[in-house]
Ligand binder design. Structure first.
Ligand SMILES: [Zn+2]
Length: 112
């Protein structure tokens, strides 16, 4: 069965939800093997889905794709900031515990 790009893209949501038949899934995979544009579409669909932007609602795939990359880079930037903040917090907490430990050690020695 030869699938058109339009059909392959129409089925993207159902495919990702696992709601297509085995036969359709096979036809989609065969199409994706041959068609770079649809492969990109499905890849973008994954990204958009992960970011909770339903791609099927986007009127223009190219625009949606650009938006997904923008959102992804924004999300990665946010994650980076989160990592820096949590790492700093962990280092801060560690430093406080170390300082407390030193103080307790010094105190217990001075009690002797
Ligand atoms: Zn195609």
């Amino acid at each position: 069965m030869n699938m058109t790009c339009e059909v392959a893209r129409d089925l993207a949501e159902l495919y990702h939800e696992g709601l297509v038949s085995t036969e359709s899934a096979r036809a989609i995979r065969a199409h994706l093997k041959e068609c770079g544009r649809c492969r990109r579409y499905y890849k973008t669909y994954d990204t958009m889905n992960a970011l909770h932007f339903p791609l099927y609602k986007a009127p223009d795939f190219e625009e949606a794709e650009a938006r997904s990359y923008e959102a992804l880079s924004k999300r990665l930037r946010k994650r980076r900031v989160f990592e820096i903040v949590t790492t700093s917090a962990a280092i801060g907490a560690g430093s406080i515990m170390l300082a407390a430990g030193i103080i307790l050690l010094v105190r217990s020695h001075s009690d002797d």
